[in-house]
Design a protein around this ligand. Structure first.
Ligand SMILES: C[S@@+](CC[C@H](N)C(=O)[O-])C[C@H]1O[C@@H](n2cnc3c(N)ncnc32)[C@H](O)[C@@H]1O
Length: 266
């Protein structure tokens, strides 16, 4: 493959590249991401990086998985930060490969801060974030004239002892699309609070699981039926929750440019 030349800074030994791998389909990897991955001596990667993308890493690169340990505990963030610094200081070109975009719910900012604090140069390579790519593959436009004038990406993840700290009233506009990342566990609270804030329980809503991957699943319903859809289809992460009228703009079977055929239920 001929990759266009670039005037960007070269990736040299002793540096780290925080690279966004997108949500799974290797076709969505940017040329810049591919170029950086191809030069990596060490690839430190997450559980959300698809096996098709891992197949693109250099055969002689050292692979370090920091998704989950045997005991199902992830490598703590402090440990990942230190790993990046240690590998860079040993003179390697280190690729920190992350699902989606490193700066969208990916803790890429924290990693970059730690690297800079430790005098390690750091490249940031954006990736396609799940909300953008997965909705496209599910035939859902994030905005649509007269139907949705804004779009909010929001995390449904709570800290261990915390509550969901979300300004619910700011999500009440019926012409706003809301996309929750990491929201499966807290979905009952999300639904309750959105309804309290004024969203109709008949607001169209969708679950997109393993978006852009060959086994992508898409389930459409309403705010009211989302909990049932999760139970019926045994929905687990990685899943996006999309709420808003845009969910019903298309029947995705009408669109021919979607990567994969997916399951869909009203
Ligand atoms: C820790 S966040 C990482 C987000 C990532 N940095 C991005 O920009 O897409 C993980 C969450 O992203 C969403 N996600 C990532 N990849 C996905 C996919 N292929 N399909 C559906 N949701 C996905 C899910 O909500 C998942 O729980």
């Amino acid at each position: 493959m001929n990759i266009p030349s670039t005037t960007k800074q070269p990736f040299v030994a002793g540096e780290v590249a925080l690279v966004g791998a997108g949500p799974g389909d290797p076709d969505l990897l940017t040329l810049q991401a591919f170029r950086m991955i191809s030069q990596g001596d060490v690839i430190i990667y997450d559980r959300l990086v698809s096996k098709e993308i891992m197949a693109l890493v250099p055969q002689d690169a050292e692979l370090v998985y920091v998704g989950k340990k045997q005991a199902e505990h992830r490598v703590p963030q402090d440990g990942i930060n230190q790993l990046l610094v240690d590998h860079a200081k040993s003179g390697k070109r280190v690729v920190r490969l992350k699902g989606g975009d490193p700066f969208v719910f990916g803790r890429g900012g924290e990693e970059a801060q730690f690297l800079l604090k430790n005098d390690v140069a750091c490249h940031i390579v954006p990736g396609m974030t799940a909300a953008s790519a997965c909705t496209s593959y599910a035939g859902i436009p994030l905005t649509h004239r007269n139907i949705s004038r804004s779009c909010t990406f929001i995390t449904g993840h709570v800290q261990e002892d915390g509550e969901l700290d979300i300004p619910w009233n700011a999500l009440s506009d019926e012409k706003q699309t809301v996309v929750f990342y990491m929201g499966v566990k807290t979905l009952p609270t999300i639904i309750e609070q959105l309804e309290k804030a004024g969203r109709s329980d008949q607001t169209p809503a969708a679950l997109i699981r393993k978006g852009t991957r060959p086994d992508q699943e898409v389930y459409k319903g309403t705010l009211h039926s989302l909990n049932d859809l999760v139970k019926i289809h045994d929905i687990k992460p990685p899943t996006l929750i999309v709420i808003g009228e845009v969910v019903n703009v298309f029947d995705e079977k009408q669109l021919t440019n979607i990567g994969y055929v997916s399951t869909s239920t009203q």
